[in-house]
Write a protein that binds this ligand. Sequence first.
Ligand SMILES: *Cc1c(COP(=O)(O)O)cnc(C)c1O
Length: 370
Amino acid sequence: MSGIEQLIASGVRGLQPYQPGKPAETLERELGIKEIIKLASNENPRGASPLVADAVGKVLSGVARYPDGSGHSLKQALSERLDVSPEQITLGNGSNDVLDLIARAFVDPGQEVVVSEHAFAVYLLAAKSVNARLVTVPAREFGHDLDSMAKAVTDRTRVVFMANPNNPTGTHLGFEAVERFLLAMPPSVITVLDEAYFEYVNEADYPDGTVLLSRFPKLVITRTFSKAYGLAGLRVGYAIASEAITEVLNRVRHPFNVNSLALAAAEAALADDDFVSDSVLENRKGLEQLGSGFARLGLGWIPSVANFICVHVGPHAAGIYQSMLQQGVIVRPVANYGLPEHLRITVGLDHENARALEAMEIALTESGRS
Ligand SMILES: *Cc1c(COP(=O)(O)O)cnc(C)c1O
């Protein structure tokens, strides 16, 4: 034994590293086949706006210099787009970074962080790494049960994390439910509304969290360039909150947490509305394609408003995942999210969705025979 175990901070001792989707390159190496299809991490299958490559090219010659640590230009662009002041924006190395900042800035050891069952795994990591007590509230029909979550809040609760829509379930919260929840919160609780998939949602009752900020000063909205904007590899996300909360988040933010290529890329991506709206349309078609494919295979699924969908494949989910992998299609097992009979599939391009469905049909036939 290395003698390291006793040295680990107590919040970190029980932690498991975040399990990312398997990279296509890894599977390519393992199977020795090309044309791997990765539908495992909710990335944009169309890539990024062509404006991004131009913008990154222009700043490449300046990489010897530190980036603008304040992210002035990107924050300015976001502030105009979102109709908030730049002093309300905290940039992060992906929104994961921002979620972590929130826990570090506001949660003392032993205090409570409330999440839902089937919630995004990063909330648990953020909470545990500051030695908080994680309170997990049972889901209702796979979605967040906000009334029960409100009841789970005590005077030891500091932060409530909720994703809207939620990953991995794809379920969403309506305006009234969110508003009712916020009205029920004591002033000692920071509510984090994670809107990583905001751009994809088209439901009439879906709230834009930023419009609630003026009424609820303890609300924090997080968004990202990793999903609809197609910049997952560059790592840019941000929080929108009151100026007071933002000032605190900036105290714990690492200087230069967003690199110069990422800053330029995000600003260019933000300007390309057509790219995003085309991506959203393509996603909608893909969701329908997958839904009708699942129906044809006799499978149920959790209705999704995002760019991924959880399909119910039954007790052989792990084997079906493996069989799809062997066929070169990477999807995401979600047993670690309390969904042992589902697989999460990111919506891909038309031909990718078709191949995923083919691979799934073969996998289901195999598992039926065994
Ligand atoms: C993908 C995702 C994020 C974004 O993570 P980044 O660090 O911005 O890449 C945040 N929250 C949820 C729920 C997600 O699924």
